[in-house]
Design a protein around this ligand. Structure first.
Ligand code: GDG
Length: 485
């Protein structure tokens, strides 16, 4: 039995030498790490876009051969396909829809055509390899049509789908012209899972209303199969973050940062550049805090890491300009010879620097306006190995359902951000440690490995239920026929 993990991007780092040849190295993102624990139990393969544009068929073949050594199977896409399927339908239509940015949704027939076309390309790649009895695990909103496409081509497969971003309420999802096609696509899966109960409830009500299917607690009867829905919050590789500070390279970075920032209290924020992350709200909250608490001037700094993303797209470029301007105005207004209120990094940091910052930061301010889960919040808590720290977390992040010992805020309330900063900075150390301990005991058990294991376990259980169900129905139908005779 083989497991096919299908995601928009293959977990590879691509390098190109002076002659233009590509080389590939595994990259261990959260998903890849979690799923790597399944390798020992199953022959695991990945299908996804390799992250480069290659048109030449000979070069494509050579790359395919290279990647197959890693059990990776590339789906090559053109620049136009990435533009319309990825940037377009995925990120300009589904992303704002699922993050409640109604007015940012772009409706474009070319986007939708490319989305279908690319989902078909993924289907072709998967179905060329997958065999009856195998498992396909499809990830995220870029591939919502794929479960059904695969099922129509290959019978007797277990197909799972995990939705990494929020699933919005029916009232929002219904605005999408392609709502029924997307849901039909998902119903090709045996198991559809979400980070929170809220997302699952929205999904169930959307299926009931758009597709007219009746739900029985956590399943729908769809044709001769049950389709299950479940809540499986994704975790992190806890030990990686918890033990990071034991590494000399990380200790050295932590010391260097501490020397650099002096004795100031440090508030940390880490995000990809995106309007859903609430970066401007956070800056306004920090500015309000400085305005309301002059006693903390020269005593507290915000370290803001923003990872560049889509900044060639006007909406993102505009957001970046606003962030730059707001940081400029805060620093311009409050900086002194001894103090910079906001340290701003507009680039990603190496892992060692990121965890060193997690370790030394007195406060992590995680304030997305909407976020499927938010792994940064969990990583910060994990990295606090016996050292104090306070997590301020938006109630709009999926992670807030598990990390309830954080200071939970509504990110739209600028005064509340300011108040929560004061509360965090003034919190007694014993209380900080007690809160961290509560959260650590949960996230050290609910790791990404356990998440992957639970998903697979549930999928296999459903397979048995569906096999039994089909058998029973057959027996029932035969009995009915005999009775009629
Ligand atoms: C989706 C959902 C959901 C960030 N900056 C740096 C860096 N990072 C790493 C963090 C973390 C990851 O990136 C971002 O985590 P998110 O949770 O925001 O996940 P995404 O992949 O963006 O998005 C999200 C997630 O899927 C999982 O289901 O939580 O809600 O949108 O791991 O550590 N890593 C390094 N340097 C950086 O500067 N090395």
């Amino acid at each position: 039995m083989k497991l096919y993990i299908i995601a928009n991007r293959l977990p590879v780092k691509v390098q190109q030498d002076a002659e233009g040849n590509f080389s590939f190295e595994r990259s261990e993102g959260g998903l890849a790490t979690g799923l790597s624990s399944l390798n020992s139990e199953m022959d695991t393969h990945w299908v996804g876009w390799p992250g480069i544009f290659v048109e030449d068929p000979t070069q494509r073949e050579a790359i395919t051969r290279d990647l197959e050594k890693l059990n990776f199977h590339p789906v090559f896409l053109t620049e136009a396909q990435i533009q319309n399927y990825y940037e377009g339908y995925s990120n300009n239509t589904i992303w704002p829809l699922c993050h409640y940015f109604y007015s940012y949704i772009v409706y474009d027939a070319d986007y939708w055509a490319a989305y279908k076309e690319v989902n078909e390309l993924f289907c072709t790649e998967v179905t060329a390899r997958i065999k009856p009895g195998d498992i396909a695990w499809v990830h995220d909103y870029q591939l919502m049509l794929l479960p059904r496409m695969i099922r129509e081509k290959v019978q007797d497969l277990s197909i799972g789908y995990f939705h990494h971003i929020p699933f919005p309420s029916y009232e929002l999802f219904r605005v999408l012209p392609e709502r029924a096609e997307l849901l039909q696509g998902l119903l090709g899966a045996d198991l559809i899972a979400f980070h929170t109960h809220g997302y699952m409830r929205h999904f169930i009500s959307t299926i009931e209303r758009v597709m007219g299917l009746g739900v029985m607690l956590d399943r729908f009867l769809h044709g001769n199969r049950f389709v299950y829905v479940d809540v499986l919050p994704m975790g992190i590789n806890y030990d990686l973050y918890n033990q990071a500070i034991l590494k000399p390279a990380v200790q050295q970075k932590a010391r260097a940062f501490r020397n650099n920032y002096g004795e100031h209290k440090l508030i940390l924020s880490v995000d990809r550049l995106d309007y859903s992350k609430g970066i401007l709200h956070r800056l306004k909250g920090f500015a309000r805090f400085l305005e309301q608490h002059p006693g903390y001037h020269e005593k507290v700094s915000l370290v803001m890491v923003v990872v560049p993303s889509r900044d060639s797209v006007e909406m993102y470029a505009k957001l970046k300009r606003h962030i730059d301007e707001l940081i400029g105005s805060i620093n311009g207004r409050y900086s002194t010879i001894n103090w910079t209120p906001v340290f701003y990094f507009y680039h990603s940091l190496p892992f060692e620097e990121l965890v060193a910052l997690y370790h030394i930061a007195d406060v992590a301010l995680v304030s997305p306006l909407r976020d499927g889960m938010n792994l940064v919040a969990k990583e910060y808590v994990a990295a606090k190995r016996n050292s104090p720290g306070v997590l301020i977390l938006s109630e709009m992040a999926g992670a807030s359902t598990e990390l309830s010992a954080a200071i939970i805020i509504n990110p739209n309330d600028i005064n509340q951000i300011s108040d929560s900063l004061q509360k965090a900075i003034e919190m007694p150390v014993e209380e900080q440690l007690a809160n961290l301990h509560l959260m650590q005991s949960l996230i050290s058990r609910h790791t990404v490995h356990r998440w992957a294991y639970n998903f697979m376990d549930k999928l296999q259980h459903i397979r048995q239920i569906n096999i039994e169900n089909i058998k029973k129905r057959r027996v029932g139908q035969t009995a009915e026929r005999l009775r009629r005779c």
